[in-house]
Design a protein around this ligand. Structure first.
Ligand SMILES: Cc1cc2nc3c(=O)[nH]c(=O)nc-3n(C[C@H](O)[C@H](O)[C@H](O)COP(=O)(O)O)c2cc1C
Length: 396
């Protein structure tokens, strides 16, 4: 029978979700200094308890050195779960997300060289290699072997905290140029030790070690049906700068998915039907054969309507929604009730209130600078705020 968006999906470890739709992880720009959850964070996620069958909470840094990645003002930061006193806020988050039967997943990350806010505060920013990239206006410091091993343990400790907080699963953030991808990229990893960039195999060592530690903790402490996913960008190509291509990525996907029991692999794509340059097949179709039948494939990118979601489903098991759920947090509910045509597809001042967009998200999406943007953004330009110094919000 043909796949439907409203199908129940059961993952290999037993968890069932009520739809093939997933809310993609998105920084809500609502954390407090040191990564604490705020009331804005809770209100934003509480409004999204019916956005999809499963919500992946935004990238949360696992080590003190792992973030914050981005900020506009100091009270609109990335979330962190690298110490125990951060747990109560995350427990509340899991609770509000699960109140209507959705699953709540937490995305775990170390931002590596992208820890912009550390640089602003004069703290060291770490990366696999101390490369002076022209797109960074600060220096980075090469991680020592000991620090790398500590970060791997931090992924395990954050997984344990996520379990304690009542999350139904975690997603390892191996995409979007953050630390796991930095280790996998030939451009960013010029080390010569066992974590080094000498070969495709050694560049896989860090992501593989993180996955091993996460599964060790899950197998020791989590309920049997705990969900574990991995998010990957299927290529890192910017003009003539090539970190890796889709063939390399598929080898990593294969190794991860055949060594560990991942419930799903999540391709981070700009458009769900994107293809590598000069190739006829989509990234999704190229990745699918690398996965065992028990591991679900999830794709994302520019799914803004029910028709887009149906089209994307041809390629995958699970369809993730990003900006569409910022505009209409009832995207999934409306589809499950046969009201897909009622999905609101443009932002407006009224929808900002209804969707409980955080002040941080409102600020970045109410400027003409922000890409990818929200359709209808002109209607919210008047809501844009500048900070005390008159500085306007920007994406990074
Ligand atoms: C405001 C915003 C924040 C994001 N934060 C994250 C994040 O925390 N983790 C991540 O893996 N991707 C993040 N992304 C990427 C989205 O998960 C998604 O892949 C991307 O927006 C494409 O999907 P869309 O076209 O449906 O919006 C973010 C995107 C946006 C717009």
């Amino acid at each position: 029978m043909a796949k439907q968006l409203t199908d129940q999906v059961t993952f290999r470890h037993g968890a069932t979700i009520n739809s093939r739709l997933v809310q993609s992880p998105m920084l809500s720009r609502s954390g407090k200094d040191d990564g604490y959850v705020t009331q804005d964070t809770i209100d934003y996620y509480a409004a999204r308890s019916q956005s999809a069958g499963m919500v992946i909470v935004e990238y949360t840094y696992v080590s003190h050195s792992g973030g914050p990645a981005q900020s506009f003002t100091s009270n609109r930061l990335q979330l962190g779960l690298y110490k125990d006193d951060q747990k109560p806020g995350f427990a509340k988050l899991a609770q509000v997300l699960k109140k209507d039967g959705n699953k709540a997943i937490l995305q775990l990350a170390h931002t590596g060289r992208e820890a912009v806010y550390r640089a602003i505060q004069g703290e060291k920013v770490y990366a696999p290699s101390a490369i002076n990239f022209d797109f960074l206006d600060y220096d980075v410091t090469e991680l020592t072997d000991e620090q790398i091993r500590e970060i791997i343990r931090d992924f395990g400790a954050a997984t344990k905290r996520a379990i304690d907080c009542g999350f139904d699963g975690i997603e390892i953030h191996g995409a979007n140029h953050y630390l796991l991808q930095q280790f996998f990229s030939t451009e960013s990893n010029q080390r010569t030790d066992e974590w080094g960039g000498q070969s495709l195999d050694t560049r896989m060592n860090f992501p593989m070690a993180v996955a091993a530690e996460v599964f060790r903790v899950v197998n020791t402490y989590a309920p049997k049906d705990f969900i574990v996913g991995y998010r990957i960008s299927p290529e890192e190509i910017h003009g003539d700068r090539v970190g890796y291509d889709y063939r390399d990525a598929n080898q990593l996907i294969h190794k991860l998915a055949t060594t560990f029991d991942f419930d799903y692999i999540h391709l981070s794509l700009p458009a769900y039907n994107a293809k590598p340059a000069g190739v006829d097949q989509t990234f999704a179709a190229l990745a699918r054969p690398e996965l065992p039948a028990e591991t679900k494939l999830m794709i994302v990118g520019n799914v803004m309507s029910e028709a887009d979601a149906e089209d994307a489903l041809q390629e995958t098991d699970l369809v993730a929604l990003g900006r569409a759920t910022l505009i209409d947090p009832q995207f999934g509910l409306k589809i499950s009730e046969g009201r897909g045509d009622e999905i609101i597809r443009e932002i407006s001042p009224e929808q900002v209130k209804k969707s409980k967009l955080t002040p941080g998200l409102l600020n970045i999406f109410s400027t003409p600078k922000m890409e990818p943007h929200l359709p209808g953004r002109e209607s919210i330009y008047a809501l844009h705020e500048t900070d005390a110094s008159g500085k306007s919000a920007s994406w990074s």
